[in-house]
Ligand binder design. Structure first.
Ligand code: MG
Length: 203
């Protein structure tokens, strides 16, 4: 399985990073060794002094597909979850400045936290899915799916032109504004609506 992540998919987040607003989806990948499951502790890696959280809605692919049209994309997933796309921001900044790939800043072990999933039918309007991240009890990020620059179905259409999607693949759909650093003993709790999707500690 593979993890596909969408960058700059919320206007306010693109602006907070001084990034251009993309005219088509920006994606990158993480290996399966990134997954951090079951609310296990996240350990800050030694190579970075600026690890940022990015809370994101996550789509789980349930069918094999290639060159999927957006109007059929809804058939390729039936669960939505929540995760964190951990980013070594200091490392990423250096890589971007040199025009190098992002993997060192995005694809390190435990950089893809994954919580629970919810059947999408139970979430109602796909444009009205509210989600949030609390750090030490305080809301630091709050988003709504309708603010995505590219919808899930558009993302699936775009990505599947380049990469075959397989059962179990995950798509992290981008983060809203409010990203920021973590430090040892921080507690991160993610919510879709009122429902808690993950709850873990930074060590
Ligand atoms: Mg992200």
């Amino acid at each position: 399985m593979k993890i596909i992540c969408i960058g700059r998919n919320y206007l306010k987040h693109a602006r907070e990073l001084d990034s251009d607003v993309p005219d088509e989806p920006v994606f990158f990948m993480k290996p399966d060794s990134c997954l951090l499951l079951d609310n296990r502790n996240f350990f800050i890696p030694g190579f970075s002094s600026e690890i940022h959280y990015e809370v994101e809605l996550v789509v789980k692919i349930n069918r094999l597909g290639k060159t999927i049209e957006a109007r059929y994309a809804h058939r390729y997933y039936d669960e939505i979850g929540l995760g964190v796309d951990f980013t070594a921001r200091d490392v990423q900044r250096q890589l971007i400045a040199k025009g190098l790939p992002w993997e060192k800043s995005k694809a390190f072990d435990s950089a893809a936290v994954l919580g629970e999933f919810i059947p999408k039918e139970t979430l109602g309007d796909p444009g009205q899915i509210e989600f949030s991240l609390r750090k030490n009890g305080e809301v630091v990020q709050a988003g709504i799916s309708g603010d995505m620059i590219f919808s899930v179905d558009t993302i699936i259409e775009h990505v599947s032109r380049f990469v075959t999607l397989k059962i179990g693949d995950l798509i992290y759909t981008g983060t809203p504004a409010g990203v920021g650093p973590v430090k040892i003993n921080d507690r991160l709790e993610g919510f879709i609506g009122e429902r808690k999707m993950f709850d873990f500690l930074v060590k």
